[in-house]
Write a protein that binds this ligand. Structure first.
Ligand code: SPD
Length: 340
């Protein structure tokens, strides 16, 4: 029996999966306050690929979920040292450079860093620092480093990141040690100092530490540079200081888990955000240091002059994988906080 062409067409529409299903899905696990919704929507509008987006607030949260086998993610967004852990544990799939032509836009100085020496598994998303924000309308004394702010006179006037590795690092720096000198002896050395520091803090917040500063709930923060950059754009009274004793510099990356099912879609997403005009949207919403040199050319002079986004100088260090000591750090900080 021959069916008329009109019936065949109608049948094919009924049988065809919807454009969205056919185009697929990408399951992204990324930092909160880091990927603009407009970028996710733009990607879906152009490719038909749906993005399921879940967020985390620390590398340790990301790692513990993935190590426990939780979540079926196609794309994750660890920081350098967490990517290093994942590469060591064979938890990442090698990237296919042929599917990432826009990788050419990334600053070559940020490729092949120690966490991924062959540049095989990770693509820089944003970089940044952790520093001190001072509301200079309220705090008039000079603030140069951690020892200036963790003082009894600032009790209940501080917001800090809710991140054990960060907290321990600031105490290491305050004692003249390096960020990756995380030995049992050094942890014992910093414990009494940290025990005093946590008592001074009013708010622990890694998602949006800027909020407590903007609301006037606190006057000083130790925060991600992108948060400090937003504060500076709101009001120049919020000044960013890279602590003199030393500051953490991070490179957050995109990577594909070894168990990812939708690798083509994940590559398509990475290549999309590597486009200069897309990457500049990310900078506009979350003004960290953009590693995409072609996107940087599209930033305004004001964006490039933001002292938190593009700080000058500073004694900067990146974190490295510290193996099992990460658990010791977590327990140390959790114990100190629960004693409050
Ligand atoms: N809200 C986005 C925060 C991104 C911070 N990434 C750096 C983590 C380094 N420990």
């Amino acid at each position: 029996m021959k069916l008329p062409i009109s019936s065949l067409l109608a049948l094919s529409v009924l049988l065809a999966p919807s454009a969205l299903t056919a185009a697929g899905v990408v399951n992204l696990f990324g930092w909160s306050e880091y990927v603009p919704q407009a970028v996710l929507d733009g990607f879906t509008a152009e490719t038909g690929i749906k993005v399921n987006f879940e967020t985390f607030a620390s590398n340790e949260e990301l790692l513990s979920k993935l190590v426990a086998g939780g979540g079926a993610y196609d794309l994750v967004q660890p920081s350098d040292y967490a990517a290093e852990v994942m590469i060591r544990r064979q938890m990442l799939a090698p990237l296919d450079p042929a599917k990432l032509p826009n990788l050419k836009n990334i600053d070559p100085a940020l490729m092949r860093l120690p966490h991924d020496p062959a540049g095989a598994y990770t693509v820089p998303y944003m970089t940044g620092t952790v520093g001190i924000v001072v509301n200079t309308g309220k705090v008039h004394e000079p603030i140069r480093g951690y020892r200036d702010i963790f003082q009894p006179k600032f009790q209940n006037r501080l917001v800090v990141l809710n991140d054990s590795r960060e907290l321990v690092t600031w105490a290491l720096y305050a004692q003249g040690l390096a960020a990756n000198d995380v030995t049992p002896a050094n942890l014992a050395k910093v414990r009494p100092l940290l025990a005093e520091w946590v008592k001074l803090v009013k708010v622990f917040d890694s998602d949006s530490p800027k909020t407590a500063l903007l609301n006037g709930d606190v006057d000083i923060g130790v925060v991600w540079s992108g948060e400090a950059a937003i504060l500076w754009t709101q009001d120049r009274k919020f000044q960013y200081v890279l602590p003199a004793e030393g500051a953490h510099q991070f490179v957050d990356v995109l990577a594909i888990p070894a168990k990812a099912k939708n690798r083509d879609e994940a590559h398509a997403f990475i290549n999309y955000i590597l486009r200069p005009e897309v990457s500049r949207l990310i900078s506009a919403a979350f003004p960290y240091t953009n590693p995409n040199l072609a996107a940087r050319k599209l930033l305004t002079p004001e964006e490039l002059a933001n002292p938190a986004s593009y700080p000058k100088g500073g004694r900067l260090e990146t974190f490295r994988d510290i193996g099992k000591t990460a658990t010791v750090i977590d327990k140390l900080v959790t114990d100190l906080k629960s004693a409050l």
